[in-house]
Design a protein around this ligand. Structure first.
Ligand code: SAH
Length: 396
């Protein structure tokens, strides 16, 4: 393969769009601020600062966002306080449900018209949400629908947090039959590259894990951050002192192929990215999840399984094989099952724990970002269940 996909890393760092315009962030929301910041914001309105704690307790603790239900706030200032701290960030455009209502996907429109997706997945013992960290993505992986569309902008901290809080509210209202009513896990496997929106993603992780009223009170260990392999971001994450799970989208064990499947590999090679991931695992004691989309005749050869096995053997890592979910018009397809089984067999023979994603969400199936790639009003026949599917293994 001679022509490599082009990657523009500089736009990732600045948060500007590909045509150079400054991306437009949404209005400030309480989830963008720590409690001190929220108190200051309330004081600026001429209200008593402790009101910030009350609103925060409604939002994070009781999962309430309707001002009418916040009866402990004085009626005369309720609207001013909630307007300042709880602007509506996510406007549902389309909601899809499958698996007897235990998989729910929402396409959101943001204040500037950008579209993002999130998915709620209920199991008998846990409830997981798969969130987006950017509108679009600048990483240009050729098999990913989001990658084809390019980056629109980074999401704000509150736009990320609110996807989770919204679904936590749905779960609490019993939206998932036969599942717990408490949302417990978050995977950053929706649209976008979380480590390209580093500060806001880390702030979102902190907000999601701080106890109410500061945050949502989830366990750090129940949060998975999935990255294309931005080595400086992984190294920075290693220094954060967080115990979130790291997932690395490897998809090929050799640089020749990975340069094409995951263009950021042109900058940070397989050996370097694995090194950073192993260092993260060593420092946190958390097993790294190696993501590997199985693409027929592209990356599913027995020798690649053996090479991957050698790279991972004896490491604090396991492999998640994801049957490719072809994007519309894609020349690629998922690997045949016998080929997949042989790949698994070889990895396990090398002593590497390996799982294959199930096909949950098949009825609303499609490829990453497909809902958002359509204009939301004219959604294609095949819907996106991949987010649910690929997040599934993370939550075991
Ligand atoms: N940017 C991050 C997170 C978002 S994508 C990352 O790359 O990890 C989450 C996972 O889904 C990644 O492993 C990604 O490579 C994979 N993925 C994207 N499109 C896919 C497709 N069409 N089929 C299978 N896996 C896909």
């Amino acid at each position: 393969m001679t022509q490599l996909p082009v990657l523009n890393l500089s736009s990732e760092a600045t948060g500007t769009t590909r045509d150079g315009r400054r991306a437009s962030l949404p209005p400030r929301h309480l989830a963008d601020l720590d409690l001190a910041g929220r108190r200051a914001a309330v004081a600026e309105l001429g209200e008593q600062a402790f009101r910030a704690g009350q609103v925060s307790a409604h939002y994070f603790g009781r999962l309430i966002r309707d001002p009418a239900e916040m009866t402990d706030l004085p009626a005369r200032s309720r609207a001013a306080i909630t307007d300042a701290l709880l602007p509506k960030l996510l406007h549902p455009v389309r909601e899809l449900a499958t698996d007897s209502g235990t998989t729910r996907k929402t396409l959101w429109r943001l204040h500037d018209g950008s579209l993002v997706e999130s998915v709620l997945m209920g199991y008998p013992d846990r409830v997981t949400v798969c969130v987006s960290s950017q509108a679009g993505c600048g990483m240009a992986c050729p098999f990913c629908a989001t990658g084809q569309a390019g980056l629109t902008r980074n999401l704000s901290t509150a736009e990320i947090v609110d996807q989770v809080v919204w679904f936590a509210g749905q779960a609490a209202q019993g939206a998932l039959p036969g599942c717990p009513d408490r949302l417990s896990r978050v995977v950053f496997m929706g649209m976008g590259e979380p480590l390209a929106n580093y500060n806001r993603v880390i702030a979102a992780v902190r907000r999601l894990t701080e106890p109410a009223p500061e945050g949502l009170g989830l366990s750090q260990r129940h949060i998975t951050v999935s990255t294309v392999g931005l080595v400086p971001g992984i190294r920075r994450l290693t220094e954060e002192g967080l115990s979130v799970t790291l997932a690395l989208s490897l998809h090929a064990p050799d640089d020749d192929l990975r340069d094409t499947l995951v263009p950021v590999n042109q900058r940070w090679k397989v050996a370097e990215v694995l090194d950073a991931a192993f260092e993260y695992a060593a420092r946190t004691g958390r097993r790294v999840s190696i993501e590997y989309a199985m693409i027929r005749d592209v990356n599913d050869h027995p020798w690649r399984a053996d090479l991957l096995g050698r790279l991972l053997s004896g490491r604090l890592a396991h492999v998640n094989l994801i049957p490719l979910n072809p994007t519309p018009g894609s020349k690629w397809d998922a690997s045949p099952k016998p080929v997949e089984r042989e790949f698994v067999r070889r990895l396990r023979a090398a002593g590497v724990a390996t799982t294959v994603r199930d096909t949950r969400g098949r009825e609303i199936d499609g490829a990453c970002g497909q809902l958002a790639a359509s204009d939301g009003g004219k959604v294609g026949e095949r819907q996106d269940g991949l987010l649910a599917r690929r997040a599934n293994e993370e939550t075991q």
